[in-house]
Design a protein around this ligand. Structure first.
Ligand code: PGA
Length: 249
């Protein structure tokens, strides 16, 4: 089996109002000529999801930024994986470092959410990554391999799981790791996935995320064992997001 098709996913975080639908429409319009080469997805805030699904059209998938692990119930403010599926989403991000840091999400919670996504028929984009302190202490590979071991649904490793390596110190900072640093971590993750799941591991798309921009996308995407990008800030502008997707295609 060859390498899986690359995936470029935009994470809008807590950004966007109805006025931003113009950008989503532009992404949807630009996606048509790219979709045979690269899979595209945008994860807008939940408030925009219905309108976003329509604006993005058929060539750019909809994703959620988080989901609860239960199907429904007394969980004020939360959105379940089934609700995202109901809106037509194909993906949901789980375990983003902002959720891990600001909402106290542990690996066990992230794994429960990833399993919920699979239960609902969604593809989870499971995020892992070290802090600067952990990198400086030489603990990057240990931290990331612990997160991979404990946040991924081990028995479901394969094409229905996406993993995003996002060094926390590169998110929203404009700082990016060197291609060697990205390749080192991706190689380590791939080998760990092979130990866990054999050949199916090669079908897991390993995204890089953290300050991906049109100017650095090509270099980062060719770092080695990189199957796409998770893009934050630069995904808010259709032109930038499409330029990144073009660089990945
Ligand atoms: P950034 O965010 O591209 O703005 O650094 C990436 C992310 O948090 O997924």
């Amino acid at each position: 089996m060859g390498s899986p098709k690359k995936l470029v996913a935009g994470n809008w975080k807590m950004n966007g109002t109805k006025a931003s639908l113009v950008e989503l429409r532009a992404i949807g319009a630009g996606a048509g000529s790219l979709s045979s080469m690269v899979d595209l997805a945008v994860c807008p805030p939940a408030t925009l999801a219905t309108a976003a699904a329509e604006a993005l059209g058929l060539d750019c998938a909809l994703g959620g930024q988080d989901c609860h692990w239960e199907i429904s119930g007394a969980f004020t403010g939360d959105v379940s994986a089934e609700m995202w599926a109901d809106l037509g989403a194909a993906f949901v991000i789980v375990g983003h470092s902002e959720r891990r840091a600001m909402h106290g999400e542990t690996d066990a919670i992230v794994k429960a959410k990833a399993n919920a996504a699979l239960r609902a028929g969604l593809t989870p984009i499971v995020c892992v990554g070290e802090t600067l302190e952990q990198r400086d202490a030489g603990r990057t590979l240990a931290i990331v391999s612990g997160q991979v071991a404990n946040s991924l649904p081990g028995d479901r490793i394969g094409p229905r799981v996406v993993l995003a390596y996002e060094p926390v110190w590169a998110i929203g900072t404009g700082r990016t790791p060197t291609t060697e640093q990205v390749a080192e971590v991706h190689r380590a993750i791939r080998s760990q996935l092979r130990d866990l799941a054999g050949q199916a591991a090669d079908q897991v798309r390993l995204l890089y995320g953290g300050s991906v921009k049109p100017a650095n996308a090509k270099e980062l995407m060719h770092a080695g064992d990189v199957d796409g990008a998770l893009v934050g800030g630069a995904s808010l502008k259709a032109a930038d997001f499409l330029a990144i997707a073009t660089a990945c295609a």
